[in-house]
Design a binder for this molecule. Structure first.
Ligand SMILES: Nc1nc2c(ncn2[C@@H]2O[C@H](COP(=O)(O)OP(=O)(O)OP(=O)(O)O)[C@@H](O)[C@H]2O)c(=O)[nH]1
Ligand SMILES: [Mg+2]
Length: 431
């Protein structure tokens, strides 16, 4: 199956100036000859060609490029066809290719081949998937670093150190003390602790990784009628949520995505909190509680004086300031969704909080559910090595080796097929 010649549209489908169709296979020399209408050609050279179908009828005028194995995305021979971006042209080319001993690629199949040919490891593929999903500039930067191998470097260095530690600790039983480096047991312990701390720090940054990749969650909560939906509309810059003076207007969670300083923000307006017998409103309030749990930042909104205090993840807002005389509480932000007063201050307070949580992400790994679990497993193996092996260095070595295997699974050095399927299926057709 990995020897099949595969093809896919790599650019988006729809009317566009240019479409790019890629073909990958073991030897595409003859196919390129046919497509480019030339016997001799150079790799990585753009040729202008009249692309004809199996009957010799003209399909389109195209640019075609040949990438020779192993210097290509997949490591196999690759042909790129740059055609006009009309759906009819694209369909005709794909139809023609299926008559040329080639088949349509599965989603992520190009990347799978790149992985099998050691062009990418699984963390690079995760980075690529994150890059393809990037909507904001920070998401782009974060994903790009991972795709270009930033994360692999860290994982590889951890794994190498673990293998070294495992080898030394296994050797303690087999070799005479004089043949081993001085203070070997001390060194083994301190190096293992160092690694454990680094992994723990990375796990603590999981929320940062998630917030950059999937968006920073901000929930607006408070009692009914304080003006949550009105403030939400001001922040989004559009009348997204219904506003009325009837308490209990908002019942469902209303979400909008906004870009603040290059970070993707998921903003949620929620049902006002109050005692109610209304079944639907009750369900709405349950949803508010879920939003609160998932929030990276909460805007707690009031419309009168309050003793509520801000904390790491809460900003206290007193709305309807146009109706309030005393504005002396330094712990809160005063706004009026009606006049727009104070909305800039609120945005700045959100900015400050968000930057303090998300900035300096250079050393943050792109962690998804798969890598989080494996990283946690590695952490617990190292903890067991340190805490539970006593003076038994065989057991110590075994735990550290298992930790190294967990990191290997993150990279895909050691991997099961189902993990690969999950990793590659996040990608779209043509990648
Ligand atoms: N004077 C004044 N009225 C406001 C302000 N913000 C909202 N209101 C009014 O307050 C009422 C309630 O506003 P909403 O935005 O629907 O309040 P909410 O907190 O979303 O209410 P629920 O969805 O019922 O929980 C509406 O009549 C708004 O026009 C404000 O800053 N000043
Ligand atoms: Mg509302």
């Amino acid at each position: 199956m990995n020897n099949d010649t595969i093809f896919a549209l790599s650019s988006g489908f729809g009317k566009s100036g240019v479409a790019v169709i890629r073909i990958s296979g073991d030897n595409l020399h003859d196919l390129f000859s046919k497509i480019s209408n030339r016997k001799k050609f150079d790799a990585r050279h753009a040729y202008f060609t009249n692309l004809t179908d199996e009957n010799g009828d003209l399909i389109d005028q195209c640019i075609v490029i040949y990438f020779e194995s192993p210097a290509s995305f997949t490591g196999q021979d690759i042909i790129e066809i740059h055609s006009h971006g009309a759906p009819a042209v694209i369909n005709k080319i794909l139809q023609f290719l299926s008559t040329q001993n080639a088949r349509m690629a599965l989603p992520g199949e190009f990347s799978r081949r790149a992985f099998l040919n050691n062009k990418m490891d699984l963390t690079d593929v995760d980075g690529l998937a994150a890059l393809l999903n990037a909507q904001t500039d920070k998401q782009r930067q974060f994903a790009l670093k991972s795709m270009l191998g930033g994360d692999s470097e860290k994982y590889n260095s951890w794994r190498t150190k673990m293998i070294e530690i495992a080898a030394y600790s296994a050797a303690i039983l087999d070799y005479d003390e004089n043949d081993l480096p001085k203070n070997i047991t001390k060194k083994i312990f301190s190096k293992t602790k160092e690694l454990l701390n680094e992994i723990k720090t990375s796990l603590l940054r999981y929320n940062v990784s998630r917030a950059i990749t999937n968006g920073f969650n901000i929930a607006l909560v408070g009692e009914t009628n304080v003006g949550k939906s009105s403030v939400f509309n001001r922040l989004v810059g559009a009348n997204r949520a219904i506003v009325s003076d009837i308490a209990g207007t908002t019942r469902d969670v209303i979400s909008a995505q906004i870009d603040i300083d290059g970070y993707l923000v998921n903003l949620s307006d929620t049902a006002g909190l109050r005692e109610t017998n209304d079944e639907i409103e009750k369900q709405g309030i349950d949803r508010t509680k879920t939003e609160l749990e998932n929030a990276d930042l909460v805007l707690h909104i009031f419309n009168k004086k309050t003793d509520a205090l801000p904390d790491d993840k809460t900003i206290v807002v007193i709305n309807k300031v146009d109706e309030i005389k005393s504005k002396t509480n330094k712990n809160v932000i005063y706004t009026s969704a009606k006049t727009g007063a104070g909305i800039d201050n609120l945005l700045n307070a959100i900015r400050t909080k968000m930057h303090s949580i998300l900035d300096n992400s250079e050393n943050t790994l792109v962690i998804n559910a798969r890598t989080y679990k494996l990283l946690n497993d590695a952490k617990s193996e190292l903890e067991q090595a340190i805490e539970k092996s006593g003076d038994n260095y065989d057991i110590f070595s075994e735990h550290v080796r298992t930790a190294a295997d967990n990191i290997g699974k993150i990279l895909g050095t050691i991997t099961a097929n189902d993990v690969m399927d999950a990793t590659f299926s996040q990608l779209c057709l043509g990648k």
